[in-house]
Design a binder for this molecule. Structure first.
Ligand SMILES: Nc1nc2c(ncn2[C@@H]2O[C@H](COP(=O)(O)OP(=O)(O)O)[C@@H](O)[C@H]2O)c(=O)[nH]1
Ligand SMILES: [Mg+2]
Length: 216
């Protein structure tokens, strides 16, 4: 029987793309994060990588208008038949611009969705899109709109309810059910707290299924 443990061993900021020509196209798998401005994308990336200060957490919403790439190195232990070995993978975490900020109205909104669509269309190695939704507000029309749009673009989707530490046990359960109803996706929604690292291992194990072993 094989046992595996998947973990991130190194994470570093790589670049911020402001136009499609700067987007990475080098065959490494990409796991992207999208959501309303201030929903907790940068915090979740830092929590997942166990790397404080990796992605900039800002108090002022609507700052990130770039696509930020983080280079990730992970390891997987394979134990089986008395033989232990560790393999290494290289991939990207991608922090996409937030939506729903007041200034992202009208023309700006179109520019935003064009930029994200360019990213999705250009990134043949986009493996999984994680849509972050504030668990306190599981039914905001702007999130429903973003969800429908992403579903239409058709890539694997994982919905994540953020800031779970801000809800009591009853509301957590109630709101995660609402997320499942409002945003049916390839995987059941996960709740997450970047403050407490709640469900860090579960999210990592979802991501793991999209990260291949590299061919030597
Ligand atoms: N209590 C709590 N606060 C959070 C959590 N995640 C993010 N925040 C706070 O929410 C604000 C926005 O977070 P940030 O990661 O910058 O959101 P982004 O705009 O989506 O990247 C910051 O003040 C964070 O400290 C969480 O899991 N729990
Ligand atoms: Mg951010």
């Amino acid at each position: 029987m094989e046992q595996e443990r998947f973990r991130i061993v190194e994470s570093k900021y790589l670049l911020s793309a402001v136009n499609p020509s700067q987007m990475k196209k080098d065959k490494k798998k990409e796991i992207a994060f999208i959501g309303r401005s201030n929903v907790g994308k940068s915090s979740l990336i830092n929590s997942l990588c166990n790397h404080r200060g990796l992605a900039m957490v800002s108090r002022e919403p609507g700052k990130t208008r770039t696509i930020n790439y983080f280079a990730i190195r992970s390891r997987r232990d394979l134990v089986g038949g008395g033989d232990a070995r560790t393999t290494e993978q290289h991939w990207y975490l991608v922090d996409l611009p937030g939506y729903g900020f007041a200034k992202t109205g009208g023309q700006n909104r179109e520019a935003w969705s064009r930029f994200i669509a360019d990213y999705v269309e250009n990134s043949k190695d986009l493996a999984l899109m994680c849509l972050l939704i504030d668990l306190r507000h599981p039914s905001l029309p702007i999130d429903v709109k973003a969800y429908r749009w992403l579903r239409g673009l058709g890539m694997p989707l994982q919905v994540i309810g953020t800031k779970a530490d801000k809800l009591n046990q009853h509301d957590k359960q109630k709101h995660i059910c609402e997320l499942a109803q409002n945003y049916p996706a390839d995987y059941p929604p996960l709740m997450y707290s970047s403050l407490k690292h709640t469900n860090r291992e579960r999210l990592l194990s979802v991501i793991e299924t999209f990260i291949d072993e590299e061919q030597p």
